[in-house]
Write a protein that binds this ligand. Structure first.
Ligand SMILES: Nc1nc2c(ncn2[C@@H]2O[C@H](COP(=O)(O)OP(=O)(O)O[C@H]3O[C@H](CO)[C@@H](O)[C@H](O)[C@@H]3O)[C@@H](O)[C@H]2O)c(=O)[nH]1
Length: 424
């Protein structure tokens, strides 16, 4: 793993200077022209390094102590970190990727094979892998496929693994319970096992983040914190509880650096369109522009602690930067009903939601989670995290983005490229 890491980044200035200094050491140690020199560097050099060696070849080997000292300092400095993300194509995966790239990471993502492209949320950061500056790399795999997970962990050699992959729709989990359990619960176990066996065979250090959910609290009344009893109310939530405890168990049994982030609802313009917030803001945009007349919803009385996904991915990363692994609730500590969300979103564009919303019992769940509001004192105090976007700002951000999108749709519809009821 370390060999691959060192030889990987030829365009990276740090790698280049590392190689320059390595060649200087080689030169000083073996003397210019010595046949030992290429062998000394042979295992780590690229064409760039050979050029460096050629240049250094002609220098007198006077700088050995300096070069050696610099080399050992560089070896002590952290190399570019690698993260592996399951669920990279989702809302959180795309924000986390942006965040980690901005921190200088190389980001690897596991994507599921699909007959349609499912990488829309990553398009703006995608760089063709043929380009050596690409730091985001995608690999086909699936949380239901243990051998693929093992293969990617073993070949990528990540420093941090973020398990964000899921069948994440609570309502759908009642209709697809086996699949949900397989991906959400056993999927987490498979990834933990892949990480554990990798650590066992290589002796490397790998940190693991498990995406937990406030759905685990289910019927337990708010405020909910790290000590609140779980009472899950759907196959999805039960599976998340299993994943939570698998993570705790791997921490206790094997000493794995594994953290659970118990995230309350977090939304954004990239939220999937069948979650209630995005379903509402999409409809607000389309109704305002004249592309839609009605919005069908289920239970409007449910209350959620809604934050901004962009804020929450920082919390995930922070958990893995600590000295000790632990579990943290991530929440705004402010909750609103679906009805209040409707009021805010329709009100933002000067419309009255009652004129457009109809109740469709199809969207009621067999057992509902009525009230979620987190207490995030632990992460605020210990890790210094706090949300930057509040409820009103979140709704405004989502409505504005969906208004723009609806305007573009209108152009397509008006020019006959799509039917007005169709969503591109
Ligand atoms: N999806 C949806 N929900 C509706 C609708 N009408 C009312 N709701 C209600 O709106 C609430 C929120 O539903 P979702 O947006 O689907 O989110 P969720 O069930 O709270 O789950 C989300 O948050 C969890 C964190 O607490 C996540 O773990 C989960 O994956 C998902 O992102 C629920 O009480 C749901 O019954 C509708 O038409 N569609």
């Amino acid at each position: 793993c370390e060999k691959r890491r060192n030889s990987a980044g030829s365009p990276d200035t740090r790698s280049q200077s590392f190689l320059v200094i390595a060649s200087e050491v080689a030169c000083a140690t073996t003397g210019p022209g010595s046949e030992l020199m290429p062998r000394f560097c042979g295992s780590i050099i690229s064409a760039t390094a050979r050029r460096c060696i050629f240049l250094n070849h002609h220098r007198a080997p006077t700088a050995l102590p300096v070069a050696l000292a610099t080399l050992s300092t560089m070896a002590e400095t952290e190399p570019m970190k690698k993260a592996l993300i399951s669920g990279i194509t989702g809302q959180d995966g795309s924000y986390l990727t942006e965040f980690l790239l901005s921190k200088g990471y190389e980001v690897h993502g596991i994507i599921r094979r699909s007959s349609n492209f499912n990488t829309q949320r990553l398009e703006h950061i995608y760089i063709d892998p043929h380009n050596s500056s690409a730091r985001m790399k995608l690999h086909y795999g699936d949380l239901t496929d243990a051998s693929a997970l093992r293969k990617w962990v073993d070949s990528i050699c990540p420093d941090e693994v973020y398990n964000l992959g899921a069948q994440s729709h609570v309502g759908v989990s009642f209709e697809n319970p086996d699949y949900t359990a397989d991906v959400v619960a056993t999927g987490a176990l498979r990834l933990l096992e892949a990480v554990r066996t990798h650590i066992e065979t290589t002796g490397r250090k790998v940190r693991y983040y498990q995406a937990g959910s406030s759905e685990m609290y289910g019927a337990t009344p708010p405020p909910q914190d790290e000590n609140t009893v779980f009472h899950p109310r759907s196959p999805y939530a039960v599976s998340k509880v299993a994943a939570h405890w698998y993570t705790v168990n791997y921490r206790e049994a094997y000493g794995l650096f594994a953290c659970n982030g118990i995230l309350f609802n977090h939304e954004s313009p990239r939220r999937g369109e069948n979650f209630v917030t995005r379903k509402i803001t999409r409809a607000v945009g389309r109704i305002k522009i004249g592309l839609q007349k009605k919005l069908f919803l289920g239970n409007l009385k449910a209350s959620r602690d809604w934050g901004f996904a962009g804020d929450y991915v920082e919390a995930m990363w922070l958990m893995l930067q600590q000295d000790k692994p632990d579990d943290y609730v991530v929440a705004t500590e402010d909750s609103h009903t679906v009805e209040e969300f409707l009021e805010e979103a329709f009100g933002y564009v000067g419309l009255n939601w009652q004129d457009y919303v109809e109740i469709d019992p199809r969207y009621f769940r067999p057992s509902e989670v009525d009230n979620l509001r987190g207490s995030s004192a632990k992460i605020r105090e210990l890790l210094g995290w706090k949300p930057k976007v509040d409820f009103k700002q979140l709704v405004a951000m989502m409505v504005e983005s969906d208004l723009e999108r609806a305007k573009r749709e209108k152009v397509l519809a008006d020019n006959g490229y799509i039917a007005s009821h169709q969503q591109p």
